[in-house]
Design a protein around this ligand. Structure first.
Ligand code: PEP
Ligand code: MG
Length: 576
């Protein structure tokens, strides 16, 4: 069987399907079997829960460190708590109900208790802990299989409706060879994860979750010159054709890989910075392996996902310092927490918003939680004491929120001074250019910060008013639209007046078709998935600064995405 889709990360992969079904648990009620049978079911679920939590502690210790593992230790304590167990057993006896129903009643009681006691972030994290234990037990009682993302078999192709940051934070990337999703686009979390760990991904594959069975042999074909597709249990003749394409791609990739680790400098001597985007601890190693020297975008959110408690200053400091130590020859740009929109923190749930992408996201969210923000700023300032660490604010729309954030940076410095901690008092601070208003106030922003980093994934969705995750409006989400290039040209002109460097860290910044035109407009840095680094370096090394400038001028005269893509492809093909 052959399922069509959209290419989100290039390559061809063969592996076995691991299917993530939607995990909304049905609420099961009604009378049970005999109380003794229901109690035995409940006891077995407790044993299984504890055993899963012990395993999770071992794995998270390996992936994220001892402090994170402690979170699952406290969940184990909840599952083993005598009062809790006696309450469930008592409810089964009293009401003659199913174990699932008794569990709901007891957990509803806990939830009400916590709500009454509500005294801030600590309590909310306890509620999330309790909820997590509850859904684990319900899932076990209901016999719903949920693949353990932290422990995937080697050669897994992950198949899901959609992958969220909370899934990708703990995924065992070393055993994933491909990703297939029903929703999403080139800038969805699944696509970004796939590119960052260097595996092919095909998105928008209709009904793939119900079509594919766990263990099916899948071949993911995601190339730029053929329509992307997924073969389910491919036949011998299909495999022969795929193998020929694979050989061709491997030869080409071999040629591209010879540019790994080289300086990104044009033949007439103009130098550019190429760096990588990192969204989890596991992505540090692939980034080193491709010869990256710097991290242009460290998406710090992953430290905050999955865990029902917020990472404290020490955990964050250790994570930032470790990343910076691994890239001490270059620089590391740490973006402050960028949640809201489709990214929800388990430890700090935000209210449901009718229009989340236009709601409390990024800097707006952290300004609403100054304690959380200050903790992170302190950790970044401390990591910057010994390493070239820079700080980047996401979702800046203008000087009001920027000034508020900069004031908090001063407060954080004051707190560190009072505590006698070492920190970098002159850390470079930059803003992400993701909201169109930031482009039109770039002069005012430039007076306050030292660099700009363009998040084209969001900038395109806000310029075009097309949700980056909504496949229905994919045709309107146009990264190569004239408006995108014209907006960036305006930004570069303003930034140049203030001598502020502009880099691009959205997906456009790793697109070898777009790079020469962006460079010609004045972009001086490109940050991207590790898998894009070698080709980005190659196109720069094969161009002259003069021709890139003319290319940019030609692009700015064109009327449509189609015309711009054709011109950029022509330039790219000429560099083979
Ligand atoms: C962007 O918007 O381009 C960006 C880099 O941020 P994210 O993809 O994490 O929203
Ligand atoms: Mg963004």
């Amino acid at each position: 069987m052959e399922l069509p889709g959209v290419s989100a990360s290039p390559g061809i992969a063969h592996g076995h399907a691991v299917v993530l079904k939607d995990t909304t648990l049905p609420r099961v009620d009604g009378p049970g079997q005999s109380p003794s049978t229901e109690i035995a079911r409940f006891q077995a679920a407790v044993t299984q829960t504890v055993s899963e939590l012990v395993q999770l502690q071992q794995k998270t210790r390996r992936l994220l460190g001892a402090d994170f593992a402690a979170i699952f230790r406290s969940q184990q304590t909840i599952a083993e708590d005598d009062d809790f167990r006696n309450s469930v057993i008592g409810t089964i006896h009293r009401e003659g109900c199913r174990a699932e129903a008794a569990l709901y009643r007891v957990f509803d009681g806990y939830r009400a208790l916590f709500e009454e006691l509500d005294d801030g972030a600590y309590n909310r994290s306890r509620v999330s802990d309790v909820e997590d234990v509850h859904s684990r037990m319900q899932r076990i009682l209901l016999g719903i299989e949920h693949p353990d993302l932290t422990d995937l078999p080697a050669g897994s192709v992950v198949v899901a409706t959609e992958l969220f940051p909370s899934d990708t934070a703990l995924i065992d990337a070393s055993n994933v060879v491909g990703i297939v999703t029903e929703h999403g686009g080139a800038t969805s979390h699944a696509a970004i994860l796939a590119k960052n760990i260097g595996v092919p991904a095909v998105v928008r594959v209709t009904d793939v979750v119900s079509t594919v069975s766990p263990g099916d042999l899948l071949t993911v074909v995601s190339t730029t010159d053929e329509p992307a597709r997924v073969f389910v249990n491919p036949t011998g003749s299909q495999l022969d054709v795929i193998h020929r394409t694979e050989e061709r791609l491997t030869r080409r990739q071999g040629m591209i890989n010879t540019f790994r680790g080289q300086d990104a400098v044009t033949t007439d001597g103009q130098r550019f910075t190429v760096s990588v985007n990192v969204g989890s601890t596991q992505e540090l190693q692939p980034a080193r392996a491709v010869g990256a020297r710097s991290i242009g975008l460290y998406r710090s959110e992953f430290l905050f996902f999955k865990q029902p408690v917020l990472p404290d200053e020490e955990i964050q400091y250790a994570a930032y310092r470790d990343a910076a130590a691994a890239f001490s020859g270059g620089f590391v740009v740490i973006r402050t927490l960028d949640v809201g929109g489709d990214k929800q923190l388990p430890a700090l749930p935000a209210p449901i918003e009718p229009n989340p992408f236009l709601g409390s996201r990024g800097l707006r969210f952290t300004l609403q939680h100054p304690d959380v923000f200050l903790t992170q700023i302190r950790a970044i300032l401390r990591a910057a004491a010994d390493y070239p660490v820079e700080m980047l604010f996401p979702m800046v729309g203008g000087v009001d929120e920027l000034d508020a954030a900069l004031e908090l940076v001063e407060d954080a410095k004051e707190q560190l001074r009072a505590r006698g901690h070492r920190y970098n008092a002159v850390i470079p601070i930059g803003v992400m250019i993701e909201i169109p208003s930031a482009i039109w106030t770039a002069d005012a922003l430039a007076r306050r910060v030292s660099f700009f980093s363009v998040g084209t994934n969001d900038l395109v969705q806000y310029l075009m008013a097309a949700d980056r995750l909504n496949g229905e409006v994919e045709a309107y989400y146009r990264p190569f639209d004239p408006s995108v290039f014209r907006a960036l040209a305006h930004l570069c002109r303003t930034a140049a007046e203030f001598d502020r460097p502009v880099s691009v860290c959205g997906e456009l910044g790793g697109d070898p078709l777009a790079i020469p035109a962006l460079a010609g407009m004045g972009v001086s840095g490109f940050s991207m998935s590790p898998s894009s680094l070698a080709d980005a370096t190659r196109v720069i090394r094969k161009s002259t600064a003069t021709e890139m400038k003319s290319l940019a001028e030609a692009v700015l005269r064109l009327d449509s995405q189609g015309d711009i893509t054709a011109l950029l492809r022509q330039h790219y093909n000429a560099k083979e």
